[in-house]
Design a protein around this ligand. Structure first.
Ligand code: SDX
Length: 428
């Protein structure tokens, strides 16, 4: 017998059904609330509001659990690779060897972008933020693939569109970086796997050994896997919202890239390094900056700390922190901000302000330190987050369409002026 929720309102009791997910998460189905009561709910930031049912990613914020299609993130980060995890998220199961080879071959056929798109790169100022370029360039793919605008694409045509997006994203990301340096563009090489190809297009002017160092490729696969999906976060919800209007995949993902750019979301990985550099330049007094983060009158926030869902350690942060030590040691990199980050973390985790509010390091706290050790500039960090999150956005968009979900259109409570009559400007 499933639970029934009761709401007593204006002397009447209304009953609402509940649903329970496969991981025992419960929800009250309020689809009939307004019809029955005339009331809506309100929940700023949707902190208690579910927008959908999804079979892609499960996370338990209290226990610090994250699973993609039932597989623990710890296992995938250690044993899998980013292309295989992308397949898992998008198609629902780990691929067989034949399926993975076909997937890689399909992607390898579409890694080039139309030569006319290169003119777009020339138009951007070299110091312009890569996230603004990426959002525009990904949306512009719809101009070169007008068939992707068709609402009633067949499943095969829809699949080709997502393959093209997955295939072209690394090329676009690496070319944004190369153009910012004024370096010649490096074209995709089909003999490389997905991540190695990206690293070669990005750093290919260095020696082959440096570019495809197994330590570097493993670290990049791990980082991209850890960022691949995170259920209904701000950017994934944006992709779903835009896609719910039957907007094409390129424009929906472009909107997700814009949402991710914000420093409260994916932009935090850049903000963390800028914060650590600021603390280092200020003499490394972590106590001072912890107190600033606690001071309500001070706009400073501890970037990379806190999370809407995780009220325990973000499992991804644990994996990245360990990878930090491994990668920097193997690459012989000594980054003083890593010591500051560890001091900051230790101090915050013993401070009542952070403990009471269950503020722990999140995925963004250590990731920038590895990105920097791999040779990426700070303003490319959020673009790397987007590269990792792409299969998750695609999976969420695909699931929403397969479930034939309605266009998203939240309600509001109006608090503005009531009736007023127009007055002549001379009498105002
Ligand atoms: C990502 O949702 C996802 O899944 C996102 C993500 C993903 O994979 O998609 O995990 C990726 O976006 C990670 C988060 C990256 N952002 C940051 O690191 C920015 C710093 N963090 C905060 O701004 C904040 O913690 C958020 C935005 C992450 C969460 O904000 P909430 O859930 O709206 O919580 P809140 O702002 O209401 O904070 C609750 C309390 C407040 O204090 P009180 O009003 O109770 O006194 O905690 C305080 C906040 O002031 N607080 C912080 C803080 N984060 C929260 N105080 C100081 N420093 C911080 N970082």
């Amino acid at each position: 017998m499933s639970n029934i929720a009761e709401i007593k309102l204006n002397g009447k009791t209304h009953e609402f059904p509940t649903i329970v997910g496969t991981e025992n998460e419960g929800a009250i189905d309020i689809s009939k609330l307004r019809d029955l009561t005339g009331y809506i709910t309100i929940d700023f930031g949707y902190k208690n509001t579910g927008s959908t049912k999804s079979a892609i990613t499960f996370l338990d914020g209290e226990e610090g659990i994250l699973k993609y299609r039932g597989y623990a993130i710890e296992e995938l980060a250690e044993k899998s690779n980013f292309l295989e995890v992308s397949y898992l998220l998008i198609y629902g199961n780990l691929p067989t060897e034949t399926e993975l080879t076909a997937f890689q071959n399909e992607i390898s056929r579409h890694t080039l972008i139309h030569e006319d798109m290169k003119k777009f790169f020339d138009g951007y100022p070299s110091k312009s933020h890569p996230m603004g370029q990426l959002s525009a360039l990904i949306c512009s793919l719809s101009a070169f693939y007008p068939e992707s605008l068709e609402v009633n694409q067949s499943p095969e045509e829809k699949n080709l569109t997502l393959i093209k997006l997955l295939a072209k994203m690394p090329t676009i990301v690496s070319w944004i970086y190369k153009k910012s340096l004024g370096h010649p563009l490096i074209y995709p090489k089909n003999q490389y796997d997905y991540v190695t190809n990206f690293m070669n297009m990005t750093f290919g002017q260095r020696t082959e050994e440096v570019v495809i160092d197994p330590v570097v490729i493993k670290a990049m696969n791990t980082l991209l896997i850890l960022h691949a999906d995170h259920e209904q976060n701000c950017s994934a919800s944006t992709v779903r919202m835009v896609g719910s209007s039957d907007c094409n995949l390129f424009a929906s993902v472009s909107a997700g890239i814009s949402a991710l750019w914000g420093p409260l979301h994916g932009g935090a990985n850049q903000a963390v390094i800028e914060m650590l550099e600021l603390i280092k330049a200020d003499g490394g007094d972590t106590e001072k900056w912890i107190n600033k983060a606690k001071d309500k009158n001070d706009p400073f926030r501890m970037m990379g700390f806190g999370h809407r869902v995780y009220k325990n350690f973000d499992p991804r942060a644990k994996i990245i922190k360990k990878a930090c030590d491994d990668v920097l040691e193997k690459l012989g990199v000594n980054d003083p901000v890593l010591d500051i980050a560890k001091k900051l973390e230790a101090a915050a985790l013993s401070d009542p302000y952070f403990v009471e509010r269950k503020l722990y390091p999140n995925v963004d706290f250590y990731s920038g330190i590895i990105y920097r050790a791999l040779g990426f500039p700070t303003n490319m960090f959020t673009v790397l987050f987007a590269l990792g999150r792409l299969p998750g956005w695609i999976a969420q968009w695909k699931e929403m369409h397969e479930n034939k979900e309605p266009i998203g259109r939240p309600r509001q409570v109006y608090t503005g002026h009531t009736d007023r009559n127009y007055t002549d400007i001379k009498k105002r």
